[in-house]
Design a protein. Sequence first.
Length: 187
Amino acid sequence: MTTNSREAILAVATLSAQAHGYLGMNFRDLAAEVGIKAASIYHHFPSKAELGAAVARRYWEDAAAVLEAISDEAANPAEALRRYPATFRVALKNGNRICLCSFMAAEFDDLPDVVKTEVLAFADVNVAWLTRHVSAAGLAPAGESEARARSIYAAIAGAQLVARSRSDVSIYDALIDGYRAAGLLPD
């Protein structure tokens, strides 16, 4: 088993979790998709919990990198916030999937603790980034930036869920436009 096999397992498991959640990931299906025997997955991930944690950790680490790239590329904090919804839109455009950590958060009571930790890290990374940008853009009074950030995070995740239930990314776009019109996100 090579590093490439590990990466292939993580990639397939990510897509599976975005479509079916942690509970829907199964080693037999993942192995078939990768083209290996199910027992071979255990070489890299001794348990489903370890695979789930690795997938969620990779997901939030990748999300953090994307957010920092947005920060670096945006002309100002308000522009960075305008770009934020696109990070969630990507999953909808990729087979009507949703954010892996949002899906896993819905299963939270049934997750192993090691997976819960990584799912919470995703939310923490997003809220911290949003808080920093909301504050820098002057979109909330002093001391209220984190509450505003949590509202934005919840609204975006909720919009994604609604759009997925209708298999219609235009619903997501309309909800984001509504959040902008209502002042939750900058225009």
